[in-house]
Design a protein around this ligand. Structure first.
Ligand SMILES: Nc1ncnc2c1ncn2[C@@H]1O[C@H](COP(=O)(O)OP(=O)(O)OP(=O)(O)O)[C@@H](O)[C@H]1O
Length: 214
């Protein structure tokens, strides 16, 4: 279980989260909804160990997080992956798609795992993999970001408005790929979206709950 308890975050004098709680269980899709600006992305960054809260507790499979970002243990960091809404803000524009998808292997020193070669499943041809971000569409770039997120086989995947900018068929394909990953590995998924119809479609097959922030 990925658990956040009593999370409080302020940016300067603006308090964004006050004692927020959220649990993401393995094996199911948990939905997270709420009005724009209520702090969903902030909570997502806390859950991905990228942002240290001012107060509260985060535990990953029972282990409490005491060190954050690059200081957290590699084991804890690689258990949770985050996929952002805007792929262009989440990649180094100088890298090819192949290099983007392989970044976690370089960062951790692990050899690329052939079983984690997800490019084909994600519809990324070898011709696309040698292109740089400015030479591909948003949907193609987001596919590379999904490959990067799943590369180290995380136990939890946080999808923060992952498909908001994409057309219906790319959206359906990426969600189907994440569903296949959840079924194969028993990973827990947190689906953050404003789209109620998508939320229902995504959470229903695994019977996961939807949490609503206000
Ligand atoms: N790094 C930051 N520095 C200062 N303020 C921030 C920062 N990140 C977010 N905020 C502010 O915190 C509040 C919550 O933002 P957040 O992105 O977490 O909300 P959200 O619920 O994900 O919104 P949306 O649905 O529009 O993406 C907003 O008022 C935002 O302007």
């Amino acid at each position: 279980m990925l658990r956040a308890d009593g999370i409080t975050v302020a940016y300067g004098r603006q308090r964004v989260l006050r004692g927020a709680d959220l649990a993401v269980a393995p094996g199911v899709v948990t939905g997270l909804a709420g009005p724009s600006g209520c702090g969903k992305s902030t909570l997502a960054r806390v859950l991905a160990l990228l942002l240290r809260p001012d107060a509260g507790r985060l535990t990953v499979d029972g282990a409490e997080v005491h060190r954050w970002r690059h200081r957290a243990s590699r084991d804890l960091r690689t258990r949770v992956a985050l996929i952002f809404q805007q792929p262009r803000l989440a990649v180094d524009p100088r890298l090819t798609l192949r290099e983007i998808a392989a970044e976690p292997f370089h960062a951790t020193g692990r050899p690329p795992d052939p079983a984690a070669e997800l490019a084909d499943d994600l519809g990324l041809t070898s011709e696309l993999m040698v292109r740089r971000p400015h030479e591909v569409s948003d949907g193609q770039l987001q596919r590379a970001c999904v490959a990067r997120a799943l590369a180290l086989r995380p136990r939890y995947v946080i999808c923060d408005e992952m498909t908001t900018m994409l057309d219906a068929s790319t959206q359906a394909h990426l969600i189907a790929r994440l569903e296949a990953y959840r079924r194969e590995t028993g990973a827990g998924i947190l689906a953050i979206t404003h789209d109620e119809e998508l939320l229902t479609r995504w959470t229903e097959p695994s019977g996961g709950p939807t949490v609503r922030m206000s």
